[in-house]
Design a protein. Structure first.
Length: 229
C-alpha cells in the first residue's frame, strides 16, 4: 500500500462563485482503480461528490479517463506523483465532479421517431464522449461525438434508416463538421480510437449517400469529386 497526493476540483453551483481545489492523501493498493480514489476521498470528506454513473469518467491531469482504469496504469502514463481530478466539463459541473447531463440527453430528441428504450440505454453509455469533445468547449450547440457514435450504432441496427440518420449527422450548424479530434484528450478508453474511425466513416457515408443534404455536404462532395482521378 502506498500514499497518493490527489487534488480534487470542488464546486457547488448552488453556493460557490468560483471552483477551488482541495488536497487529499489517499492510500492505494496495487489493483486499485480510479473509482477507489474517488471513494477514498469520499471517506475522508463526506461533502465530496461525483457521479454514480459508471459511464461518466473524470479528467485526470486534463486527460479524460474511465473510472475502471488501474491507478498504477494511470501513474505509469502520467509520470507524476500528484493526481488532479476534475469534472469532464467545468461548464456543466454542478457539484464537484458531478455534472448536469441534460444537454447530453437532449440530443436523443433528434432520434425520437425511430429508437426504442434499449437504444436510449445504449446512448447513455456514450456520455463521456459528449463531454470529452474539445468542440463542446467552444461550440455548445454541437450534437456531440456521443451523437455520432450513437448514429453509427443505429445505422447498423436500422440500415433502412441510414440516409435519415446521416442527414441528422450532417446538420450544418450542429453536426459532424464541428468535430475536433479526441486523440490527445482521452486516456485509456477502449473506444477512443474508434471515435475518429467512426467520424471518418460517417463523413464518407454522408458524401456517398446524402451529398446534397446541405451546402456543406455539397461543397465537401464537390471537393472529393475534384480530387477523384
Amino acid at each position: 500500500m502506498s500514499s497518493l497526493t490527489v487534488k480534487a476540483f470542488r464546486f457547488d453551483a448552488k453556493s460557490d462563485f468560483l471552483p477551488y481545489y482541495k488536497e487529499y492523501e489517499i492510500s492505494v493498493k496495487g489493483e486499485d482503480m480510479l473509482i477507489d480514489i474517488l471513494n477514498g476521498i469520499k471517506k475522508q470528506d463526506r461533502e465530496f461528490n461525483f457521479s454514480n454513473n459508471q459511464f461518466v469518467g473524470v479528467r485526470v491531469n486534463s486527460f479524460v479517463a474511465p473510472l475502471n482504469v488501474r491507478v498504477k496504469t494511470l501513474m505509469r502514463f502520467l509520470k507524476t506523483d500528484v493526481i488532479i481530478l476534475e469534472p469532464l466539463s467545468e461548464f456543466y459541473a454542478i457539484n464537484d465532479l458531478e455534472m448536469d447531463t441534460n444537454a447530453f440527453l437532449k440530443q436523443l430528441d433528434c432520434f425520437a421517431a425511430f429508437i426504442d428504450d434499449d437504444d436510449k440505454e445504449q446512448y447513455k453509455e456514450f456520455v463521456s464522449y459528449y463531454f470529452a469533445s474539445p468542440a463542446i468547449e467552444f461550440e455548445r450547440e454541437y450534437f456531440g461525438d456521443s451523437f455520432m457514435l450513437f448514429a453509427a450504432f443505429l445505422i447498423k441496427k436500422y440500415p433502412h434508416k441510414r440516409d435519415d440518420i446521416l442527414r441528422l449527422c450532417a446538420d450544418e450548424n450542429h453536426g459532424i463538421w464541428l468535430h475536433v479530434s479526441v486523440r490527445n484528450t482521452m486516456l485509456l478508453y477502449s473506444k477512443a480510437v474508434n471515435v475518429e474511425h467512426s467520424i471518418f466513416e460517417l463523413k464518407r457515408q454522408i458524401l456517398q449517400y446524402v451529398p446534397n443534404a446541405n451546402s456543406i455536404t455539397k461543397r465537401e462532395a464537390k471537393c472529393v469529386e475534384n480530387l477523384s482521378f
